[in-house]
Write a protein that binds this ligand. Structure first.
Ligand code: CUA
Length: 324
């Protein structure tokens, strides 16, 4: 694991930022291939235009010789079009492969919740530590970001990791990457989101694994998102109806995360982050089959961060273990 420092993000002036992950190197290869093919094509076309214009200009009166027959002319054209087509379709598959790797859901070591708002980035680590506009990460561990916005659309951009992901109100987007070297790099908002959009930036600080643990330990004792969610679950009164082992008033929540839920409408939905958020804010929208529409909406009373904590709590529940 290389420990070389990335240049000071405020000073370092590079054509493209130093690669902060293996993924960044792969994106760069794709980018150079695209640039190479396009450059070659442009050079051939522009070169021929210049050469022909000079060689066959009218004042020289030079003959153009025998033209290709229709048949061989067509062959050249079709061959040219097909090989270009193959090259760009190849690039498409290459790029989709990389895209799926970034936005898929592989096993990750750490999940970090990200809430964007005008005009700041709020992060919460799995142990509860929060920070704003700065993100500390351990080197060599796969990080998954779970991103949402509490107002307008923002876009979280980490140039050193060649990663950009929109933060959309009402949605949870994810992205993952594995930092490979310690040091600091930029973090930006890459979607115009209002007056202070350009100030919505900060830095990523990749530390050694022990350094990261030490840093976390030095940030005080905040409850983990799941523990904070459990407290909210009590204080908002959710636990009054959603009782463990008693599904008369409301469905039991232990073990539902990621599972299909039958709805009163006859449809089935998967209980993911977005479903849980919707159920808190618009409980009548997707009523679970067999229940009365008695749950009040918490819209306007609960923040996006609190919703994420309740989601973490529900995620942490296993059947038969829900605390009361
Ligand atoms: Cu947030 Cu631009």
């Amino acid at each position: 694991m290389s420990e070389q420092a990335i240049e000071d993000p405020q000073i370092g002036l590079q054509l493209i930022p130093q690669q902060g992950s293996e993924y960044a190197a792969q994106v760069d290869h794709l980018y150079y291939a695209l640039l190479g093919i396009s450059g070659l094509l442009m050079a051939i076309l522009a070169g021929l235009v210049v050469v022909f214009a000079a060689r066959y200009r009218r004042t020289l009166g030079r003959g153009r010789g025998k033209l290709l027959s229709d048949r061989s002319g067509r062959r050249v054209e079709i061959g040219f079009a097909l090989s270009l087509c193959a090259a760009f379709i190849g690039l498409f598959f290459w790029a989709s492969h990389l895209y799926l790797e970034l936005y898929g859901k592989p096993a990750t070591d750490i999940t970090i919740d990200v809430v964007a708002k005008q005009w700041m980035w709020k992060f919460q680590h799995p142990d509860g530590t929060r920070e704003i506009n700065t993100l500390h990460l351990p080197v060599g561990e796969t990080v998954q970001l779970r991103i949402t916005s509490q107002d307008v659309v923002h876009s979280l951009s980490f140039p050193a990791f060649r990663l950009k992901r929109d933060a959309v109100p009402g949605m949870y987007t994810t992205a993952q990457f594995t930092p490979i070297r310690t040091g600091e790099s930029h973090l930006f908002c890459a979607e115009y989101c209002g007056t202070d959009h350009s100030r919505m930036r900060g830095k990523v600080v990749v530390m050694s694994q022990t350094g990261y643990q030490r840093w976390l330990a030095g940030q005080g004792d905040a409850p983990s998102p799941a523990d904070a969610g459990e407290q909210l679950f009590q204080s908002y009164g959710c636990s009054g109806c959603h009782k463990p082992g008693d599904a008369t008033l409301a469905p039991e929540l232990a073990g539902i995360f990621g599972k299909p839920v039958p709805l009163a409408s006859g449809e089935t939905v998967v209980a993911d982050e977005a479903y849980i958020r919707d159920s808190i804010l618009q409980p009548q929208k997707q009523l679970v089959s067999g229940y009365q529409p008695i749950m009040p909406s918490y819209s306007g009373q609960i923040s996006e961060e609190e919703i994420l904590q309740i989601i973490s709590y529900i995620q942490s529940l296993t059947p038969g273990e829900q605390n009361d």
